[in-house]
Design a protein around this ligand. Structure first.
Ligand code: C2E
Ligand code: CA
Ligand code: CA
Length: 554
C-alpha cells in the first residue's frame, strides 16, 4: 500500500531527525524548520498530507501562529495536527487543543507512543472524511441524496402531527447549458443554485442535492413559502453568470401518506416539476391526484404504443371536405384513431401530444400515410373518381432528413401522383423554425405534393410572412372560424384574410364548420372549401368509400 505522508515541523535539528526516524518506518516524512516553511509545503501537498507533528516554540513563525493560519484555510484546515511540547503541563495541553490540535505528545519521544497516536489520529480523520463524503455533496455541500432521505425520514417520524412539503427542482435544459458553456460553468451554476436554495430555505427546512441538476428541500407547511421565497430564489438564480435563460421549475409534494418512502415522495415532486417543462411562465407545480392520474395514463399510453402499431390498433378515419360552390365532395382529411382493446376508440387529442413528446409520432404518421396510400390505390383500382386526401405532418417529421425521398417513394409504390396527398403542416411550425422547414417544404412542393398550412389564425404568424412561403392552401383554424363568425359581418378580419389568400393564389379551407350560418357566411366571402360537423364527422374508411362514388354531400 502507498505510504501516507506526515509533515514534521520542528526547528531543533536533533529532535526533528529523531521524530523523522521514528515515523519513517511507517510513513513518508516531510520536514520543515518553522511555520513558514510548513505553510509552503502545505500549499504544495494540501490533502496529500495526512498528519502534522508541530513544535510550538520556533523562530520565524511559531506553532500557534501556524495553527491559526492553517485552520483558517479550508484547503487544509481538516489535516490533523499533533503538538509536541517540552513539558506535560496541563496549560500547554489546553493551549494546543484550543488552537485546534488533535492531540499532543511530550518530549523525549517514545517511539511506540508516537506511532500509535499517529495511526489513531489518521484513522479517525479518514473515517470522518468518509462519513462526510457520504453525507454531503462534494460540489454544493448540500446533503447527499442518501443523507437527505435519512434525515427527512427521521424528521417525519419524530413529528407525526406536523405537516410537511417536499419540494424538488429541476433545471430545464441543464445538459444543454453544460454542452454550450462547459462543465465548469455548469458546476458554477449548480453551486449558485445550491447557494440560492440554502439562503432561501434557511432554517425553515433541510436541503439536498439529488441527481445532477435536481435539488430538494423538506419544509414544514407552516412556512408560507410559495410566493415570496420562490420569487427570491428565482431572482438570485437569474443573477448567476449566464443564467439569464436558465429556467428552474419546482414541484411540490405535500406529504400525505407517510407509508411511502422519502425517495418516492421526492420522485413525485420531481414528476410535478417535470409536468410544467417547457410551459412559459410556469415554475411551480403541485403533485396531486389529477397529476398522478395523468401520469399513469401517459405511462399506459407509452407502454402500449409499440404493440398497438404492430397489432393494427391505429385506424384512419376520414373527414370529407366540400367545395363551397356546389357542395360537392372534394377530398378528405385523414385523422387517426386508436382502437384500444380495453379503453375503446380513443381520439388523437389523448395520445398525439404524448407521441409528439416521446418521438413516436414520426412512426405513427408514416403508418397513417401508408394506410392512406394503400386505400387510395384500392379505390383507384375500383374505378372511383380520384380524390385527394390531406394527412397531418408533425414538426418532428420535418426534421427527418429522409422525409422527401420517403414520401416520394411511398406514393410511387402505390402508383399515385404526389398531388393526391395534401400535407397539412401546422402554422406554429412555420414561426418556429423557418430556415430548415421552408427548405424541406419547398422540396416537397417541387415534387408535386400539395402543401396546406394547418391551424391558420391560431398563432401569431404574420400575414406578410405568407408571401414568402411555399404553400398552396390555407386551412383556417376552427377556433378562429368560431370567433370570427360570431362577430357582425362588417367586423373581423376573416374577409380580409380570404382576400389576401386569393391575391396570393392560395385556396382557403375552413375547418370546424358546425352551422348553416357559418357555412353561408364563409361561402359568401369566398372561402373555397369547408370541413366540419355541419357536413360530416370523421368516419371509418368503409363509410368514406361509400361516399366517394356519389361525390356529394352525405
Ligand atoms: P386538426 O388537424 O386541427 O384536426 C381537426 C380536428 O377537428 C379533428 O379532431 C376533427 O375531428 C375535429 N373537427 C372537425 N370538424 C369539427 C367540427 O365541426 N367541430 C368540432 N368540434 N371538431 C371538428 P381529431 O380527429 O380529434 O384530431 C385532433 C388533432 O389530432 C388534429 O387536429 C391533429 O392535429 C391531430 N391528428 C389527428 N390525426 C393525426 C395524425 O395522423 N398525425 C398527426 N401528426 N396528428 C394527427
Ligand atoms: Ca389537420
Ligand atoms: Ca387544424
Amino acid at each position: 500500500m502507498l505510504k501516507r505522508t506526515v509533515l514534521v515541523v520542528e526547528d531543533n535539528e536533533i529532535n526533528r531527525e529523531m521524530l523523522t526516524a521514528i515515523l519513517s518506518s511507517e510513513y513518508r516524512v516531510l520536514e520543515a524548520e518553522n511555520g513558514q516553511e510548513a505553510l509552503v509545503l502545505l500549499e504544495q501537498y494540501k490533502e496529500g498530507i495526512s498528519l502534522i507533528f508541530l513544535d510550538i516554540i520556533m523562530p520565524v513563525m511559531d506553532g500557534y501562529t501556524f495553527l491559526s493560519v492553517m485552520k483558517a484555510n479550508p484547503a487544509y484546515s481538516f489535516i490533523p495536527v499533533i503538538v509536541v511540547t517540552q513539558s506535560d503541563e496541563v496549560s500547554d495541553e489546553v493551549a494546543a487543543l484550543s488552537h485546534g490540535a488533535a492531540d499532543f505528545v511530550v518530549k523525549p519521544y517514545q517511539p511506540q507512543i508516537i506511532l500509535h497516536r499517529a495511526a489513531n489520529i489518521i484513522n479517525l480523520r479518514e473515517t470522518a472524511a468518509m462519513v462526510n463524503q457520504i453525507k454531503y455533496d462534494r460540489l454544493t455541500k448540500l446533503y447527499s441524496k442518501e443523507f437527505f432521505c435519512q434525515r427527512a425520514r427521521k424528521i417525519l417520524l419524530r413529528n407525526p402531527d406536523k405537516e410537511y412539503d417536499i419540494v424538488c427542482s429541476d433545471i430545464e435544459n441543464f445538459k444543454l447549458f453544460n454542452d454550450v458553456f462547459g462543465v465548469q460553468a455548469g458546476d458554477r451554476l449548480l453551486f449558485g443554485v445550491a447557494e440560492a436554495l440554502k439562503q432561501g430555505v434557511g432554517s425553515h427546512g433541510i436541503c439536498g442535492r439529488f441527481n445532477g441538476d435536481q435539488f430538494v428541500f423538506l419544509t414544514g407547511r407552516d412556512w408560507v413559502y410559495k410566493n415570496e421565497a420562490f420569487q427570491k430564489m428565482r431572482d438570485e438564480i437569474a443573477k448567476l453568470p449566464r443564467a439569464g435563460k436558465v429556467n428552474v421549475r419546482w414541484g411540490v409534494y405535500s406529504v400525505s401518506d407517510r407509508g411511502v418512502s422519502v425517495e418516492t415522495m421526492c420522485d413525485r415532486a420531481i414528476l410535478a416539476a417535470g409536468s410544467i417543462k417547457g410551459q412559459y411562465g410556469k415554475y411551480l407545480a403541485q403533485y396531486d391526484e389529477e397529476l398522478r392520474r395523468k401520469l399513469l395514463r401517459e405511462r399506459s399510453i407509452t407502454d402500449g404504443m409499440e404493440a398497438a402499431l404492430e397489432e393494427g390498433q391505429f385506424e384512419v378515419y376520414f373527414q370529407p371536405k366540400y367545395a363551397s360552390g356546389d357542395e360537392s365532395m372534394a377530398g378528405a382529411e385523414a385523422l387517426v384513431r386508436w382502437r384500444h382493446p380495453q379503453c375503446g376508440l380513443q381520439s388523437p387529442g389523448l395520445f398525439i401530444p404524448i407521441f409528439e413528446k416521446n418521438g413516436f409520432i414520426t412512426r405513427l404518421d408514416q403508418y397513417i400515410w401508408q394506410k392512406v396510400c394503400e386505400l387510395l390505390q384500392r379505390w383507384d383500382r375500383k374505378g372511383y373518381p380520384a380524390v385527394s386526401v390531406s394527412v397531418n405532418v408533425s414538426r418532428a417529421d420535418i426534421y427527418n432528413a429522409d422525409l422527401l425521398d420517403m414520401l416520394t417513394a411511398m406514393v410511387h409504390a402505390y402508383g399515385l401522383e404526389p398531388s393526391r396527398l395534401h400535407l397539412e403542416i401546422t402554422e406554429s411550425a412555420y414561426t418556429e423554425n423557418p430556415g430548415q422547414l421552408i427548405e424541406t417544404v419547398r422540396g416537397l412542393r417541387e415534387r408535386g405534393f400539395v402543401i396546406e398550412m394547418d391551424d391558420f389564425g391560431s398563432g401569431y404568424s404574420s400575414l406578410n410572412m405568407l408571401t414568402n412561403l411555399p404553400i398552396d392552401m390555407l386551412k383556417l383554424d376552427m377556433q378562429f372560424i368560431r370567433n370570427e363568425t360570431a362577430k357582425p359581418e362588417n367586423q373581423g378580419i376573416l374577409r380580409f384574410i380570404i382576400e389576401i389568400a386569393r391575391w396570393l393564389k392560395l385556396s382557403v379551407v375552413a375547418e370546424g364548420v358546425e352551422t348553416k350560418e357559418q357555412f353561408e357566411r364563409l361561402k359568401k366571402i369566398g372561402c373555397d372549401y369547408v370541413q366540419g360537423y355541419y357536413f360530416a364527422k370523421p368516419m371509418p374508411a368503409g363509410e368514406f368509400e361509400a361516399l366517394i362514388g356519389e361525390g356529394k354531400r352525405a
